[in-house]
Design a protein around this ligand. Structure first.
Ligand code: NI
Length: 147
């Protein structure tokens, strides 16, 4: 963490009461950390929406592997976009159901298109893309330099 600044925030008492209940349920021990996390979450979710932002993330897929050619199709799509994929984890949940987590890295636009392709395949029961922007967590906001 960088230099700490203290701020005063005026907030409606009822809203604050709801916030305190919410953060207690989430396991926060104090408001400051909860405020910081909410601000970071908002900054990250706004940043990753920009198509040119460098992002990392996961595409989580739950699907029925008995659906004809679905496993092959998901694998084909991943090979076609191999430059955006770091790794894939596959877990056979039960007799019918597979869980696949595809770890992605690249520009936000192409990564989101890849996720849409995978999630929209017929037979995928549930799919979700989660993105983060690592550059936002560096003090300079600039990409790391590799030596
Ligand atoms: Ni499986």
């Amino acid at each position: 963490m960088g230099h700490l600044s203290r701020i005063g925030v005026a907030i409606d008492s009822e809203l604050l009461q709801q916030f305190d209940l919410f953060i207690a349920g989430q396991g926060y021990e104090n408001r400051s950390e909860a405020f910081r996390d909410l601000i970071r979450e908002r900054l990250v979710s706004t940043a990753v929406a920009a198509p040119n932002m460098d992002v990392v993330g996961t595409v989580t897929l739950v699907y029925d592997h008995h659906v004809r050619l679905l496993s092959e199709k998901l694998t084909d799509i991943q090979h076609h976009h191999h430059a955006l994929i770091i790794s894939t984890i596959h877990s056979h949940l039960d007799h019918d159901t597979c869980l696949e987590v595809v770890v992605v890295k690249g520009k936000s636009g192409p990564v989101q298109k890849l996720a849409d392709l995978l999630i929209s395949c017929k037979g995928v029961r549930h799919g979700r893309l989660v993105l983060s922007a690592p550059s936002l967590n560096r003090p300079s906001g600039k990409p790391p330099t590799h030596k």
